[in-house]
Design a protein around this ligand. Structure first.
Ligand code: ATP
Ligand code: MG
Length: 384
């Protein structure tokens, strides 16, 4: 008899032809994340099991599994030889604290010598004998004792089923470059794409000395928080100061943000392509600010040559985004009051419905290619 952790993965994988690929990726992702612990990760019958670990680490291991996309649920369990007497003996040691319970036996091993209904009844009677003030409730019990009798000649006994994050294993859905600001939205956008299995790298634009060193540190901190879910990545830090000064000096102030965003997107696409990243991701949200109208997004998209731009939060309410930010642990850092380069030189009346023609006219006042080339020459790459 020993402690194990059962890891169940999502049913979606079971259907497709690529099942083996998803399963292996999930196995590797889990393996990597628990590699600091002495334990075995075992694949058996469309489930994974962590075995041979120090029970003191069980909580920590479960916490780590709770950060891995592609896991449907997790159960700490007892693994025991499939034998009526051994299972009954173990059940007799259970101390159940709730008022009502039910035993659910699943007999995957059809050679096990007693039917699941009969065995449930017998085990239920043992629990009633050994626990005071407890009764059976088959429909909505406080505690369900699961006894899963597998074909492997081993059974698993557990009562906790902890929800995993769901989604797909990171590394099964391509790769993208996340435009990461210090705000609430973009870290959540990165999390959402990673949840669908995408590998994330990030780019941040700063306007030092208009923006402070602390503003940059805040973004690095946010990157380190989402890393818990996305895995390690590269953060490309690009200076936007000269570009902003040039726009400010030469162009109509109402176009400041629109032009900045068009240049950000051009730089992002170049960095994405140079690093074999397949798309651009932003935290944009329809109607949130002037730069997030359909017209604004149309003119920023227009500078992109051929990569898709994904905006996973486009239809979310701010409340919903904030809830996810709180759940993943970025909210508290995101609301720290450091400036972002988008708030430097902020125009009083930003254009809400920019047209491409006007953007092109404004951009003629800049040496865009040179500004972009200069920015690309001076990128800081931080390993997150
Ligand atoms: P966020 O909360 O993500 O900062 P926001 O509501 O403040 O979003 P904007 O400032 O208009 O909205 O930015 C929209 C998106 O553009 C951000 O979600 C992010 O993806 C990107 N972005 C904005 N500022 C930067 C920056 N300094 N560096 C990198 N990307 C940025
Ligand atoms: Mg912002």
């Amino acid at each position: 008899m020993n402690n194990v952790i059962i890891i169940r993965y999502s049913e979606i994988f079971l259907k497709g032809k690529n099942f083996g690929f998803f399963e292996k990726k999930l196995f590797d992702n889990i393996h990597e994340k628990i590699s600091n612990f002495e334990c075995d990760l075992i694949k058996s019958n469309k489930r994974f099991f962590i075995e041979n670990y120090d029970i003191k680490n069980e909580k920590k291991l479960i916490e780590i599994l709770g950060t891995i996309f592609g896991i449907h649920s997790i159960s700490p369990a007892i693994k025991i030889e499939s034998n009526i007497e051994l299972i009954s003996n173990y059940i007799s040691t259970l101390n159940i604290k709730s008022k009502t319970f039910r035993v659910t036996v699943n007999r995957a091993d059809k050679n096990f010598p007693i039917s699941s209904i009969e065995f449930s009844k017998n085990l239920g009677a043992i629990i009633l004998d050994n626990n005071k003030n407890i009764s059976v409730d088959l429909h909505s019990p406080d505690t369900i004792v699961y006894v899963d009798i597998r074909e492997t000649k081993f059974s698993y006994i557990y009562s906790k089923v902890i929800n995993g994050l769901g989604g797909m294993p990171v590394g099964t859905s391509g790769s993208g470059l996340l435009l990461l600001s210090g705000g609430i939205d973009s870290p959540v956008a990165g999390y959402m794409m990673a949840r669908r299995g995408m590998e994330i790298n990030a780019i941040h634009f700063h306007s030092y000395p208009y923006t402070s060193e602390s503003a940059k540190q805040k973004v690095i901190k946010l990157a380190n928080i989402i890393k818990k879910f996305t895995g390690s990545f590269k953060l490309y830090v690009v200076s936007f100061t000269k570009i902003q000064e040039n726009i400010h000096k030469n162009c109509s102030s109402s176009f400041m943000i629109t032009l900045m965003r068009r240049i950000m997107f051009r730089i992002a696409e170049k960095i994405a392509k140079a690093n074999n990243l397949q798309c651009i991701i932003t935290g944009e949200n329809l109607g949130q600010v002037a730069s997030q109208t359909v017209e604004s997004m149309t003119v920023t998209n227009a500078v992109i040559e051929d990569l898709p731009v994904f905006r996973p939060l486009i239809s979310f309410d701010k409340d919903d985004i904030s809830k996810i930010a709180t759940k993943i642990g970025t909210f508290e850092t995101s609301i720290l009051p450091y400036e972002d380069c988008c708030t430097v030189f902020l125009p009083k009346h930003p254009v809400i419905k920019p047209s491409i023609d006007k953007c092109l006219k404004e951009e003629q006042k800049l040496d865009i290619m040179k500004l972009i080339d200069d920015a690309l020459k001076d990128i800081e790459i931080i390993d997150i």
